[in-house]
Design a protein. Structure first.
Length: 323
């Protein structure tokens, strides 16, 4: 192993830069050269490479997003597109590839690794925390904390005006963000993609809270397949709640911004370093994750194909605390 490449793919998220920095510096310590791939899988196809060294990644640890930029590439989904990517990797004499991204990125990395060299390892970086093979993905903690800041402010104004507030957070296929924001933000009810929106149950929870003397209620809703659907949910819930007018706030992609938290900087650093170690160990087609503070290696095919859902006990905890 003489040269590795690193690419960030799919949706951007806080914590990608700490991974890049760790990969480059771990590779430098091991005597390996590193090239960065710009613009995700599209850059792999186009051969958009740039040299990276230990000094060149200085000062990026705290920056949002990815200094390599990221994008989705429909062409990479085809055999022809991946064949072109492999050709450029071969021309650049790349022996190992580190793919940083979410489920689509791990799926693409898995396909690429099955069709040719180099060896491929993945680092889970997605705000949705929907990859199997670890407790949390890089970017999740920052996204939750960003959303929580808004929920805290919404709570302040809701308490002053006796309001029912609905807050829409990201989470199209996974309920991690909504559930963690709901528990940490003191929500009355949380809607997740797995459970769906039970309007009757939401209305009952709000009525129970108001009957206990609560001046306001917050309902956190994962965006679901259609962003903005929270407005419809809010109106249906309030149809039989006399005198209650809903307020809806859709946070949207603000959750992808912000400097990464300590937890995401730390996790990104640990997994980026572990990715280089895995390549040096001869690993291929694995994703690195952290479980119970230990680094684990999971086959790429499992990482994106197995459903990673929040523990059921967290829903019970929310119900006990939502009073």
């Amino acid at each position: 192993m003489r040269r590795i490449a690193v690419v960030t793919s799919g949706g951007d998220g806080p914590g990608m830069n700490p991974v890049i920095r760790a990969v480059v510096r771990a590779a430098d310590q091991a005597g390996l050269a590193t090239v960065g791939v710009r613009d995700g899988f599209a850059g792999l196809i186009n051969g958009a490479y740039t040299h990276l060294d230990a000094r060149g990644v200085s000062g990026i640890l705290h920056r949002p997003g990815s200094v390599l930029a990221t994008a989705r590439s429909p062409r990479f989904r085809s055999t022809e597109g991946r064949r072109e990517a492999l050709k450029h990797l071969d021309l650049a004499e790349v022996d190992g590839l580190v793919v940083i991204g979410g489920d689509g990125s791990m799926r693409g990395a898995d396909a690429l690794s099955r069709e040719g060299t180099p060896s491929v390892v993945g680092v889970p970086a997605t705000i949705h925390n929907d990859l199997a093979g670890g407790d949390f993905t890089v970017g999740f903690d920052t996204a939750v904390n960003t959303a929580l800041e808004s929920i805290d402010r919404i709570r302040d104004t809701a308490a002053a005006g006796e309001r029912l507030s609905f807050v829409e957070v990201l989470g199209r296929h996974a309920g991690w963000i909504s559930l963690y924001c709901g528990i940490a933000g003191g929500a009355t009810y949380v809607v997740t993609p797995d459970a769906g929106a039970d309007v009757g149950a939401i209305r009952a929870a709000v009525r129970r809270a108001l009957a206990l003397g609560k001046r306001y209620c917050i309902v956190v809703v994962a965006e679901g397949e259609q962003a903005g659907s929270t407005y419809d949910i809010a109106n249906r819930v309030c149809e039989d709640l006399e005198g209650v007018e809903p307020r809806v706030t859709a946070l949207g992609h603000v959750q992808r911004g912000a400097a990464p938290t300590m937890r995401d900087r730390f996790l990104g650093s640990v997994l980026g370093d572990a990715a280089v170690t895995a390549l040096l160990d001869g690993e291929d087609r694995v994703m690195l994750g952290e479980r119970c503070q230990s680094v684990v290696r999971t086959p790429l095919s499992r990482a994106w194909s197995e459903h990673h859902a929040p523990p059921e006990g967290l829903f019970d905890l929310l119900d006990r605390l939502a009073r």
